[in-house]
Structures are given as C-alpha cells and as structure tokens.
Design a protein around this ligand. Structure first.
Ligand code: ATP
Length: 273
C-alpha cells in the first residue's frame, strides 16, 4: 500500500509558547478518505498548514509520497496537494468560472491551447460544466465550492485537503459538495487521497477513516463505525456523534455499538417484532 503522508514525531509551537503538537504521529495511505475531527482549537488547521509547508515543524518529519518536507522540497510537495478552504467567497480570482479554473493553470505555465480541455474536464467532474461562463459571485455556496474543487482538480493533485469546506453552506450545498467528493473517490480510487477537516459528524461518516484529535493528541483513529461507537470518548472530547448515533444512545434498550442509518432502522423494526 503506497503511503501518501507520514507524520513522525511532529512538534509545533506557535510563537515559542503555544505548543499545538508534541510527538504527533499519523500515516495516511494513498486513496484513503480521512476525516479529521476535533473541537475548536484542537490543531486541525495547524496540521493542514504543516502538511502544506505553510508553517515549519519545530521537530519531526512530514513525508509526502516518500519525499520529506524541507525548505528545498516544499515547492514540489505543495504541487501535489490541493486545498479548499472554508469561505467560498475568498477563493475566486477569475471573472468567470472558466477563468477561475484557468488561473492555476496559467501559474503552472500550461500552454493556453491545452487549457480549454483541462478546464472542461475539471468542471465536468464536479458537475459545473454548464456554468463555465458564469460570474463566480453569482453562484450558490455549494456551486462555488465545487468550482474551487475544479480549480484544484485541474492541477491534478494527489491529495486534496478540505478545511471545513462545507461549514458556510446550506444543507443542499453541503449535500452536493459531499456527493461530489464521493464521486471523486469513485473516479480516482487510489490516485486521490482526501482529507476533510470537519465539525460535521454526518460528513465524517462518509470517510473511510476518522481521526479525532484534541490538544494536538490523537484520541481515536479507525473506521467511522469504530470511532462513533466510542460515545463517551467523543463526548469527553466535546464532540457529538452523527445524528443516528446520538439517537441510538438515547434509546432504551440501546443497540450494541454504532449502527448506521440503515442498520438502526432494521434494529428498531426487529425490536418491534
Ligand atoms: N497564528 C496563530 N498564532 C498563535 N496561535 C495560534 C495560531 N493559529 C492557531 N493558534 C492556536 O493553535 C491551536 C490550534 O489551532 P487550530 O486553528 O489548528 O485549531 P482547529 O482545530 O483548526 O480549530 P477550529 O476548529 O476552531 O478551526 C489553538 O490553541 C489556537 O489558538
């Protein structure tokens, strides 16, 4: 199994006083969709910044596809990682959707004759091809985030990090972005590693793996059903379960372990028999 990211013995302190990570370790396999969760201030965005080389670790190593992040490798490492941020309105530079996707390609010095195909393909993947001549600020929040994803996809990253990319969206917008991510996973398989930083446990449910951090410490790490069966640990760390999990722990009798929506419905209907 190819390793996308390996973080070893990571230490990071802001301004020599606020230690966020001390001996933090994490390995992420290529093609995995990892949801990184933790309450406010637990270190999620700091970890994303460290992986992107926007800030430098005080100690330890971060290796991306076998290449250790250092001052002389940061540019190459960063080329392999796409980032989508929280605020859809802060991510646009182009006058039209197509211009916006083109911007990153121009920076990469792609010949302009190659661009239309690449732009069309990226917009098609996120279902925004019919909007390519629209002005970005006229789109809905969910559409904006899908264009932001297209801009990232056009650069063919091996890893995409979404830092609370759905936090400012309405339920429809959230659903379309999450469906787009599920589509990416199906389309790219082991060629694309996804890291979604989120406060929304219903979204984290869709990932292959959920990692819970608190104060820079890894608290839980496993498949969503494993992590969300740890109700007490989640609550102790200021986190809720996905809706069905919160519902299940309030039932009497309650099911053993975490059940997803379909399993919970079956469990309830069996109970009635
Ligand atoms: N630029 C900064 N300077 C100093 N301290 C910072 C800075 N950015 C973050 N911190 C501190 O580092 C810790 C981790 O912050 P971080 O933003 O990584 O958490 P987070 O899990 O992403 O939080 P949230 O869910 O609120 O976005 C917090 O204690 C925060 O106050």
């Amino acid at each position: 199994m190819t390793q996308a990211i390996k973080i070893n013995n990571l230490k990071y302190t802001y301004d020599d006083k606020d230690t966020v990570f001390d001996d933090f370790n994490l390995e992420i396999n290529a093609g995995q969709w990892l949801a990184l969760v933790g309450h406010n201030g637990s270190g999620k965005s700091t970890l994303a910044k460290l992986i992107l080389g926007l800030i430098e670790a005080d100690n330890g190593t971060i290796t991306v596809f076998g290449e250790q992040l250092r001052i002389d490798t940061v540019h190459h490492v960063r080329e392999q990682i796409g980032m989508v941020f929280q605020n859809p309105d802060n991510q646009f530079v182009g006058a039209t959707v197509a211009d916006d996707v083109a911007f990153g390609l121009e920076n990469k010095e792609m010949p302009s004759s190659d661009m239309p195909n690449v732009i069309d393909e990226a917009l098609t993947i996120v279902g925004m091809q019919d909007f390519k001549d629209r002005e970005p600020h006229m789109l809905s929040g969910g559409q904006k985030q899908r264009v932001a994803l297209a801009s990232v996809l056009a650069l063919q990253p091996k890893i995409i990090i979404l830092d609370e990319a759905t936090a400012m969206l309405d339920p429809d917008g959230r659903a379309t972005v999450m469906a787009t991510l599920q589509g990416l996973k199906q389309r790219f398989g082991s060629e694309l590693t996804l890291i979604t930083i989120t406060h929304d446990m219903n979204e984290a449910m869709l990932a292959d793996r959920v990692v819970v951090i608190n104060d820079g410490q890894l608290i839980l790490d496993g498949a969503p059903s494993e992590v969300f069966s740890q109700y007490d640990v989640m609550h102790h760390n200021g986190l809720e379960l996905p809706f069905v999990g919160e519902l299940a722990v309030r039932l009497d009798p309650k099911p053993d372990g975490y059940l997803d929506e379909r399993e919970l419905i079956k469990w309830l209907s069996d109970l009635k028999k």
